[in-house]
Design a protein around this ligand. Structure first.
Ligand SMILES: Cc1cc2nc3c(=O)[nH]c(=O)nc-3n(C[C@H](O)[C@H](O)[C@H](O)COP(=O)(O)O)c2cc1C
Length: 211
């Protein structure tokens, strides 16, 4: 088994993908499972992943992504979205899923469920959006690592126009808002960024140990 640090050193924010190479279905399935297994606050999973394979759609989205070519050259484009309808019903449904999955009784679950319902009632739309967006970042971090382990190249992208993505992909109708983008596939042989040394602070600057 390769040292996990070697996987992390192998990955880089890919600038040029090989447009002729497509990810096999098995790799996409691993990304789906890994996304769904991401830990989220309270386990509420207020996120959804759009996986775009269609070339025309990727080409249409490229200009809405600061003209970053990775979006159309990559094998697949992942769009991380947050759910907009986090309300009492949403929380109640989650607790029903816990009950059905684990067989935990309603009596045991009810106090925690009511605390969460109350907590979300006190948050406004902006606060819930910010909370949900944090979960999307976590999911992207998770997938970046999984990609590295699976030798899938990727580029995390914040540089895009979320409202325009939402319009183009009709995300509002689905109760979603886009928050992050991540093209995945295989690096092009001539992506000279692959050869660049990693720029990182010295580890002593980023870690504090209290012993
Ligand atoms: C949240 C986030 C947003 C990013 N947005 C972009 C982007 O829009 N375009 C891009 O080319 N790289 C983007 N990057 C890549 C970073 O510039 C890159 O990860 C960083 O410079 C470290 O380099 P490395 O990932 O190659 O090790 C983003 C990274 C993160 C984590």
């Amino acid at each position: 088994m390769i040292n996990p640090i070697e996987h992390l050193k192998w990955r880089y924010a890919t600038k040029k993908f090989d447009a002729t190479r497509k990810l096999p279905e098995e790799k996409i399935n691993i990304l789906k499972e890994a996304f769904n297994l991401t830990a989220t606050s309270y386990g509420l999973q207020p996120i959804k992943l759009l996986i775009i394979k269609d070339q025309k759609v990727k080409e249409d989205l490229m200009p809405l992504t600061m003209h970053q070519m990775q979006v159309q050259e990559a094998s697949h484009l992942l769009v991380f979205c947050v759910l907009t309808g986090i309300d009492k019903d949403y929380v109640t449904n989650y607790f029903e899923l816990v009950e059905n999955t684990r067989g935990t009784s309603k009596t045991i679950l009810a106090p925690f469920r009511d605390i969460l319902i109350d907590e979300f009632k006190q948050k406004d739309e902006k606060e819930i959006f910010a909370w949900a967006k944090n979960q999307a970042y976590l999911a992207m971090g998770n997938l970046l690592t999984i990609c590295a382990i699976e030798k899938i190249d990727s580029c995390p992208i914040e540089g895009f126009e979320p409202e325009k993505y939402d319009d183009y992909l009709k995300l509002n109708e689905k109760g979603l808002k886009s928050v992050l983008v991540m093209p995945v596939g295989y690096r092009a042989k001539n992506d000279f960024f692959a050869e660049f040394k990693k720029v990182r602070k010295d580890i002593t600057e980023t870690i504090i140990e209290i012993e």
